[in-house]
Design a protein around this ligand. Structure first.
Ligand code: RP5
Length: 166
């Protein structure tokens, strides 16, 4: 079974990362979501990557805050695409996690998205775009979503124009 794997460094990341799983659910994409830390449970993290791959994980999404090494560690264990989501979990507002996640050495990529909720949602979209390379039905759903988004912008504009006219 093909699915997206979402790994969070802590349960405290869930409040933001539920936007990721909810986005996948909206499109009917299967996913598995677990907590495993690069620092606090390194053995569990390494074992999980292998077992998830064996079960059919196609893309990994890794969310972590502070000195965020989770996405990089996943990248060291698999050649499946890794998407990193920096969490805002410290006084530095996520800049710490952003730099820790994005600054990977050459040959060990992590596709890093924005800090926080927008990044969580975009990680789901990016994972789906990867899956859609081999899934025409999902590709069609993603195209339809773009059409809806464009229509919503027009609708929003009309509402504002009306308010201004009043
Ligand atoms: C990171 O440290 C986690 O991903 C989380 O964003 C942050 C804080 O974790 P907790 O102390 O809330 O468990 O490893």
């Amino acid at each position: 079974m093909k699915f997206v794997s979402i790994v969070m460094g802590s349960k405290s990341d869930y409040e933001v990362m539920k936007s990721c799983s909810q986005t996948l659910e909206t499109f009917g994409v299967k996913f598995e979501m677990i907590v495993s830390s690069a620092h606090r449970s390194p053995a569990r993290t390494a074992e999980y990557v292998q077992s998830a791959e064996n079960k059919g994980a196609q893309v990994f999404i890794a969310a972590a805050g502070m000195a965020a090494h989770l996405a990089g560690v996943l990248s060291s264990k698999t050649v499946k695409p890794i998407i990193g989501v920096p969490m805002s979990a410290s006084a530095l507002g996520g800049i710490d996690a952003l730099l820790s996640t994005v600054q990977m050495p050459a040959g060990m990529p992590v596709a890093t998205v924005a800090i926080g909720k927008a990044g969580a949602i975009n990680s789901a979209y990016l994972a789906m775009q990867i899956l859609a390379l081999n899934d025409e039905e999902l590709a069609a759903k993603l195209k339809e979503d773009r059409v809806t988004k464009a229509k919503n912008v027009e609708k929003d504009s009309l509402e504002i124009e009306t308010i201004i006219a009043i």
